[in-house]
Design a protein around this ligand. Structure first.
Ligand SMILES: [Ca+2]
Ligand SMILES: [Ca+2]
Ligand SMILES: [Ca+2]
Length: 215
């Protein structure tokens, strides 16, 4: 399947029943839900650059309502969605990546994806600095201002608990054990509204439009 075309969104081909079925077979989404996701994809993919793919700015705008804020966590989420690293999110990447956040997706899959999110420098391990950068980014996102000392304490405590082999880095296995003991770490890896996409997305989209017009 070619994905080099850059047709305007309104001329984009529908994904077709075969692709919808294939995506439904490998994700928790039904064929109908995949089709609803396509409507959302088209909408997001033409919100800034009218080429039908989701660009980084469009993705950032969809998540944060702005295109300028620097956010470490966002960069990693975008990398996670852009599997083939061509700078935009194709429809199949969109559905596959969203499916990770589905309530019915096994925790093992979520744990692996969370590990990749935290391994900011793609070294195959979560290093202490990466954990700290991540904690800082998440605190900033939630507008929590904690002193450096407190942040250091959180990072040290977390790191020492997770690094059970005490080699100064968290490997995949240590991470799995740590998350099993601290399941709240996976909270961000589940989006409850993905449970019933056909019903929830229309209202999600409408609410989004209402928010914009209030500005
Ligand atoms: Ca891509
Ligand atoms: Ca790393
Ligand atoms: Ca370790």
């Amino acid at each position: 399947m070619g994905c080099s075309s850059s047709k305007p969104a309104d001329q984009l081909d529908e994904p077709g029943l075969e692709i919808s079925r294939r995506l439904a077979a490998r994700t928790p989404f039904t064929v109908n839900e995949v089709e609803s996701l396509y409507e959302l994809y088209k909408k997001l993919g033409s919100s800034i650059v009218q080429d039908g793919h989701i660009q980084k700015e469009e993705f950032q705008y969809a998540l944060f309502r702005n295109t300028s804020k620097q956010n470490l966590f966002f960069d990693r989420v975008f990398d996670m969605f852009d599997v083939n690293r061509d700078g935009h999110i194709e429809f199949e990447e969109f559905v596959d990546s969203l499916s990770v956040f589905h309530p019915r997706t096994p925790n093992a899959v979520k744990i692996k994806s969370a590990f990749k999110l935290y391994d900011l420098r793609h070294t195959g391990y979560i290093e202490r600095e990466e954990l700290k950068d991540m904690v800082l980014a998440l605190l900033k996102e939630s507008d929590l201002a904690l002193s450096d000392d407190v942040v250091e304490q959180i990072v040290n405590k977390t790191f020492n608990e997770a690094d059970s082999k005490s080699d100064g880095k968290i490997d995949q296995e240590e991470w799995e054990n740590y998350v099993e003991k601290n399941p709240s770490l996976l909270k961000n890896m589940t989006l409850p509204y993905l449970m019933d996409i056909t019903l929830s997305f229309p209202s999600f989209v409408m609410r989004t439009e209402a928010d914009e017009s209030e500005l």
